[in-house]
Ligand binder design. Structure first.
Ligand SMILES: Nc1ncnc2c1ncn2[C@@H]1O[C@H](COP(=O)(O)OP(=O)(O)OP(=O)(O)O)[C@@H](O)[C@H]1O
Length: 402
């Protein structure tokens, strides 16, 4: 049985060191016209900063070959995922700690090693892409990942920035200043109505973030974009955001009418200028962006949500609920990665034997679950070392994404 440790010790450089050899250095400079460690802000990256000449064409040919399988030829899951040069988005999500980041990073490495200029984006506020790649990818900017054969960039969305934006867009809600002012005007009940919109609750949840990533995706050099999403609940809230904002904005517009006339009356007394940005307009803009995100989530041509789970009853139950919610939101889901399955062994210790039986029960549960049984199962073994660095991710990716 191949183990990660034996694979890394025998054929790869040390785990934390990116795989850099004379040949990969040459191929990287073919692609990238700047130093591999350069960090790019989204505003500085352009198709000309990332040149994709010779090797891209060569890869493109091989991709086309893969996409024209004859009817009798079996097309593997990964062949289907890798084929075509039209941009595709893969969103990986699931319960906390099941291996979303490892799976997303390994998929991104696999795409890049198969010729796709790839972007891997973390929208999980507790980013772990840097840990997973064992490279510093922080900073909220596109950062080139060292190691894969084709350009791979990583982006850890800055949650605070997005949260601030959201907060300022919804400043009308619940702020004590507004409340005091409205109370003073005898309009306290309006504040209560604003409270009912539960904007405050949303502000406490991790911010959108995906929409920022989607703005970046307009740089069309990336043919595969892999999202490492936040744990289940946050992802679902993100999907429900446009509807929520739709419902809220109408009410807010009406309330704004009343508040504006009240505040302008006060301001005219105190001679204050109204330089505040229009909260309703900001919310409307935010809503438009979120609608785009939702549209993308629902686009079966270009997008797929891959649920990642582990073989435990709790994780499987949550995956089933996630699948049902995604279905309800019309998000395309086809594959389920079951991660950390104990590899086969003829000599289990007592602990492993009990653990294995427990995992079998969970796997049976998947097969019998009405939500999950229809999905294609992709199994990943529990490997003997922590998965860190491109060689380890490549090892894992070659096993999962087949
Ligand atoms: N198949 C595996 N074999 C061994 N270790 C694994 C495997 N998959 C993931 N791990 C390890 O489990 C830990 C958690 O993995 P990871 O960070 O990918 O999970 P996550 O779902 O993204 O977590 P979070 O919800 O906290 O973001 C990491 O230390 C990772 O190396």
């Amino acid at each position: 049985m191949a183990t990660l440790s034996s694979s890394l010790l025998s054929s790869s450089p040390p785990l934390c060191k990116p795989r850099v050899s004379p040949t990969t250095l040459v191929s990287r400079t073919d692609f990238i016209s700047f130093s591999p460690r350069t960090t790019l802000s989204s505003s500085t990256i352009s198709p000309s900063t990332l040149s994709l000449p010779v090797k891209q064409n060569r890869r493109r040919n091989s991709l086309q070959v893969k996409s024209v399988a004859s009817p009798t030829e079996t097309v593997s899951e990964f062949d289907e995922m890798v084929s075509g040069t039209k941009r595709k988005y893969y969103m990986l999500g699931g319960k906390g700690g099941v291996g979303k980041t490892s799976c997303a990073a390994s998929l991104a490495v696999r795409f890049a090693n198969n010729g796709h200029p790839t972007l891997v984006v973390s929208t999980d506020p507790a980013h772990s892409l840097s840990d997973s790649f064992a490279q510093d990818l922080t900073g909220g900017m596109l950062v080139p990942v060292e190691g894969p054969d084709s350009p791979l960039f990583a982006l850890e969305i800055n949650p605070e920035k997005a949260r601030e934006e959201f907060r300022s867009a919804s400043q009308m809600n619940g702020g004590t200043e507004v409340k005091d002012f409205m109370d003073g005007m005898g309009l306290g009940m309006l504040v209560e109505q604003l409270g009912e919109l539960k904007l405050g609750e949303l502000l406490d949840t991790p911010p959108p973030g995906l929409d920022e990533a989607i703005a970046i995706s307009k740089y069309n050099m990336f043919t595969r974009i892999v999202f490492d999403t936040a744990p289940t609940g946050h992802t679902l809230r993100l999907l429900s955001l446009p509807d929520f904002l739709d419902a809220s904005i109408g009410k807010i517009l009406k309330l704004r009418q009343k508040i504006t006339s009240a505040t302008s009356a006060i301001k005219s007394v105190f001679g204050k200028e109204d330089n505040q940005p229009d909260a309703a307009e900001k919310l409307e803009r935010l809503r438009e962006r979120m609608v785009k995100v939702r549209e993308l989530f629902r686009d079966t041509e270009s997008t797929e949500f891959v649920i990642v789970t582990i073989p435990t009853v709790m994780a499987v139950s949550e995956s089933s609920r996630l699948s049902a919610s995604l279905k309800k939101e019309s998000v395309p889901v086809k594959r389920l990665v079951v991660n950390q399955i104990l590899p086969p062994s003829s000599s289990d210790c007592k602990f492993c034997s009990i653990k294995r039986k427990d995992q079998m029960r969970a796997l049976d549960m998947i097969r019998e679950d009405s939500e999950l049984s229809g999905l294609t199962l992709m199994e990943a073994p529990l490997v003997d070392m922590e998965i860190r660095g491109v060689p380890a991710l490549r090892f894992l990716g070659d096993i999962i994404w087949k």
